[in-house]
Design a protein around this ligand. Structure first.
Ligand code: ATP
Ligand code: MG
Length: 313
């Protein structure tokens, strides 16, 4: 069983490009979202048993998420329904330069009530792999739960994947920085994106940073590079994964679907090369549709995209 812990929210997106939410404007949503939720939905779509620890409110935003996750095959038994607090939400609008403005309600949403309930204990007890999303650790209660789960999964011989998904500001919080470094120390598959790697290993370039982390004990490091594809570093060297050329509509969720696909493929015993091809295809498919979870893929869909590319080549 592959398990993750963390935030569930709805995403409501501005349909026009511009700066923020200062005036009434067309919006589209709610879309099911939350980085760990996107990750685990992608795992389920690949047909692998999986579950999530989380919390939603007793509202349509919560029901929308639970219905999607359960419908795609995620074990939702450890997602609690909180009676008196709303499901998390994020309003997002893209600017001309590709950057984004957000209005978040996460820390004071149902996500603040994520707890080690009896159902969460059961799910974690059945996990042989745990995925940690760094962004989730900004919810104070989840830091302890995550560290407890990491220790239990490791103690029974399970494995850990870790996507930092952090902003520099988060590392300024000294205790969070410590938690992230402790988790990195027991991580089997580390999946930073772009310059994020320098937050864990200052260096002149990403390859040098990756080598330092490998030397420090990370078994496998996957560097996500947006439209440039991705690379896998191990003690054996570096494998390059070419990107798929697609029309980017909405990049949100690409990293999560990519990471889920890479972890699933490696756990199924595929080579790093093959796992990278599937993960790049999953990331590419995600960006072609509006909504963070809407572009999650089945193996059949990934095979189609990979076959199309090799026909063109
Ligand atoms: P996010 O946190 O927004 O979900 P991320 O920063 O963690 O994303 P990215 O590097 O943006 O991760 O994207 C993950 C993967 O998705 C890339 O390594 C690549 O394989 C694929 N991908 C992303 N954007 C594109 C694109 N425009 N064209 C093709 N593939 C893409
Ligand atoms: Mg990311």
């Amino acid at each position: 069983m592959l398990v993750t812990i963390g935030e569930i929210l709805v995403e409501i997106m501005a349909t026009t490009i511009g700066i923020g939410f200062h005036e009434a404007q067309p919006l589209i949503g709610p879309f099911p979202s939350g980085a760990p939720a996107i990750f685990i939905d992608q795992v389920a779509k690949l047909g692998v048993p999986c579950g999530m620890v989380g919390a939603v409110g007793d509202d349509d935003f919560g029901r929308l998420n639970i219905e999607r996750l359960a419908g795609d095959g995620v074990d939702v038994s450890a997602i609690s329904i909180q009676p008196d607090i709303a499901t998390g939400s994020a309003f997002v609008r893209y600017r001309e330069d590709g950057s984004r403005d957000f209005v978040y309600n996460i820390l004071r949403s149902a996500n603040s009530r994520i707890e080690l309930s009896a159902a969460a204990e059961r799910l974690i007890a059945s996990a042989d792999h745990l995925h940690v999303m760094g962004s989730t650790l900004s919810i104070p209660a989840v830091q302890t739960i995550t560290e407890t789960a990491v220790a239990r999964v490791k103690a029974r011989g399970g494995t850990i994947s870790f996507d930092p998904n952090v902003r520099k500001e988060m590392l300024g919080d000294a205790s969070l920085g410590d938690v992230l470094r402790r988790i990195l120390a027991v991580t089997d598959i580390f999946m930073p994106s772009g310059d994020e790697i320098f937050l864990f290993a200052p260096a002149d370039d990403p390859a040098q940073a990756a080598q330092r982390l490998i030397a420090g004990g990370v078994a496998e490091l996957v560097l996500k590079r947006g439209a440039a594809g991705a690379q896998v570093f191990t003690v054996a060297g570096c494998v390059d994964g070419a990107p798929f050329s697609v029309n980017e509509v909405d990049p949100t969720g690409a990293g999560d679907c990519f990471g889920a696909t890479f972890v699933v493929c490696r756990r199924l015993g595929m080579t790093a090369d093959r796992a990278l091809a599937y993960a790049n295809a999953a990331g590419a498919r995600t960006v072609t549709v509006m909504g963070p979870m809407e572009g999650a893929s089945t193996f059949a869909e990934l095979d189609t995209l990979i076959a199309e590319r090799s026909q063109r080549a």
